[in-house]
Design a protein around this ligand. Structure first.
Ligand code: C2E
Ligand code: CA
Ligand code: CA
Length: 536
């Protein structure tokens, strides 16, 4: 009896089932955690992007305003300061953002809207920076000669004859912008560079941005310089948003995970329970074999039987063989089930008394056929049947494909040398009938009941059936016609040289003892089953 509950394969199967359950439970949770994190970061980035678009737009507008004021004086930059000064002062007073307008020349502030002509050294303003005279430039400086300890934005344009016009913008505008749009309450820090020089920070607070995610880094070229805005997020704030999202969605993910576990478990159980039911059936000895006589046309005797497995479960009754055989194949218990069948056959035949050369047809599933244990299993049965003079016919169906053709072919060749016959079952119903004939060595073709049914009661030709019979004859194979139920079918087949007839016309499958009784009464001279001929 096969023992599968404690073997390494079963343990492995249990572990893999548990792993699948664990994965099913974790997938929704992990997905939720990852998606919530992604969403929290996305929200933070979106807020930062909105703020940055606004800030950079405003900075551009301020710079353009200052630049245009400076440019007004570019053509007049070489004029005497007395003439220029009132206009500079007026302009500086009326243009938004601009605090002073200055003319630079020869390393000095040549003229200024604030302090007229005092020829202050330029260094006080530019702090060592030397703009190229034909350039536009932007720079943030820490002090100006007028305003100390307070950064200013210088917007410079080239003027006439080597002069430069510089508009000084109070950075308070820029700081207010940073404070309004990217406050420290929402972001770790916002850093604004406008051209060269000092970096402006929200509230000019020096905050450590290490470990804080950089949410946006926008760069814009203008006036020969780059405006660069970096906004760093607050990790705590992002985590808080993440936590909020988790709180909202984790219960759903947990529910989904529970549902998934339940579904997977059910799937596993349905597979497992079918498998276990079959194995339990074997252990509980719920299977038995029925034998259907096969009529030899030439001898008119019963020359063999087909062994057909039966499963009668207490409380449920008989299960159809094609159903449980298919389940056993799908659950990969067909091999232990067939091995059990072989034991049952050996036990039954040991009680029989039949003519020498009597053959028992046994159905083998493709999985068994492709496996390595086939030869051993069949030879084991052969040895058990030999004392009774009984031989084996191995029936291989072509309804389902054999996967390891090479192995199957070798096993069949070996078995044929050991006096085992090979029959191709259900011939013509599969999708590879003719290729099967090439692939596998065989002795007998079994014509499927479906073709026998095409025999016309009026005696008209059944074309496909006739071709199958012709193929078998030309290959030198013997033929068994299955599912013969009427005299007309029998006569039609006998007339065409079919070797054996199997069907209810002669006898239905019977349990071992009933078969022996039947054999003693009818085996030596088989006649139609009176129940079948009653109506014909
Ligand atoms: P199969 O191998 O083609 O078996 C012949 C089936 O035709 C049997 O059905 C048999 O009872 C039925 N049959 C025989 N003569 C007649 C007839 O005159 N009229 C009608 N209507 N039916 C007839 P069963 O026993 O229900 O088996 C069905 C299928 O289940 C088998 O088809 C075979 O594929 C599978 N099977 C049965 N026992 C085994 C087994 O031990 N091992 C394997 N692998 N498959 C088996
Ligand atoms: Ca069969
Ligand atoms: Ca068949």
């Amino acid at each position: 009896m096969p023992e599968v509950s404690s073997n390494p394969g079963a343990v492995r199967a249990r572990v893999s089932r548990l792993l699948v359950l664990l994965v099913a439970a974790l997938i929704p949770i992990l997905l939720c955690v990852a998606l919530a994190r992604y969403e929290a970061e996305r929200i933070a980035r979106r807020e930062a992007t909105l703020a940055s678009t606004f800030i950079v737009g405003q900075v551009v507008s301020i710079v353009e305003t200052a630049q245009s004021a400076a440019q007004t004086f570019a053509p007049r930059a070489a004029e005497a300061c007395e003439a220029l000064s009132p206009d500079l002062t007026l302009k500086a007073a009326t243009v938004p953002y601009v605090r002073t307008l200055n003319i630079l020349y020869g390393g000095r502030i040549d003229c200024s809207s604030a302090i007229a002509q005092q020829a202050i050294p330029i260094d006080g303003l530019l702090n060592g920076y030397v703009p190229a005279s034909d350039d536009e430039w932007l720079r943030i400086v820490d002090d100006t000669p007028v305003v100390r300890n307070r950064p200013s934005l210088l917007v410079g344009v080239a003027g006439e004859a080597g002069h430069a016009v510089v508009a000084v913008v109070d950075v308070q505008y820029l700081l207010d912008l940073l404070h309004g749009a990217a406050p420290l309450t929402e972001f770790r820090q916002a850093e604004l560079r406008v051209g060269e020089g000092t970096v402006l920070r929200e509230a000019m607070a020096l905050v450590n941005v290490r470990g804080a995610p950089l949410l946006v880094d926008v760069q814009k070229r203008m006036a020969g310089a780059t405006i660069d805005l970096k906004i760093y997020g607050q990790p705590e704030r992002i985590n808080e948003a993440w936590g909020g999202l988790l709180l909202r969605y984790l219960p759903w993910a947990a529910a989904l995970s529970a549902l998934l576990v339940w579904l997977v478990r059910r799937l596993q159980q349905s597979g497992q329970s079918r498998r276990e039911q079959l194995l339990r059936g074997i252990r509980a000895n719920e299977f038995h074999v029925e034998y259907q006589p096969i009529y030899g046309v030439a001898t008119q005797r019963c020359e063999g039987v087909e062994a057909l497995l039966r499963w009668v479960r207490p409380g449920t009754g008989a299960t159809r063989p094609d159903e449980f055989i298919q389940a056993a194949e799908e659950e990969h218990v067909i091999v232990p089930l067939t091995q059990h069948l072989l034991k049952l056959i050996a036990r039954d035949v040991a009680t029989w008394d039949v003519a020498r050369g009597f053959h028992v047809g046994v159905n083998f599933a493709p999985e068994h056929l492709s496996g390595e244990q086939l030869v051993k299993d069949v030879l084991g049965l052969r040895a058990a049947l030999a004392p009774r003079g009984v031989t084996i016919t191995l029936e291989i169906t072509e309804r389902t494909l054999v996967c390891n053709t090479e192995q199957a072919r070798n096993s069949l060749a070996t078995l044929r040398q050991e006096d085992v016959n090979v029959a191709i079952d259900d011939f013509g119903t599969g999708y590879c009938s003719l290729s099967y004939l090439e692939k596998f060595p065989f002795d007998i073709l079994k014509i499927d009941r479906g073709f026998v049914l095409t025999i016309d009661p009026e005696g008209k030709r059944a074309a496909v059936l006739d071709s199958i019979i012709d193929i078998a004859h030309s290959l030198g194979a013997q033929l068994v016609a299955e599912g013969v139920e009427t005299q007309v079918q029998r006569d039609y087949l006998c007339a065409r040289g079919v070797t054996y007839i199997q069907g209810f016309f002669y006898a239905k499958p019977m349990p071992s003892e009933a078969f022996m009784r039947w054999y003693r009464a009818h085996g030596a001279h088989m006649s139609p089953d009176p129940r079948m001929t009653a109506g014909t």
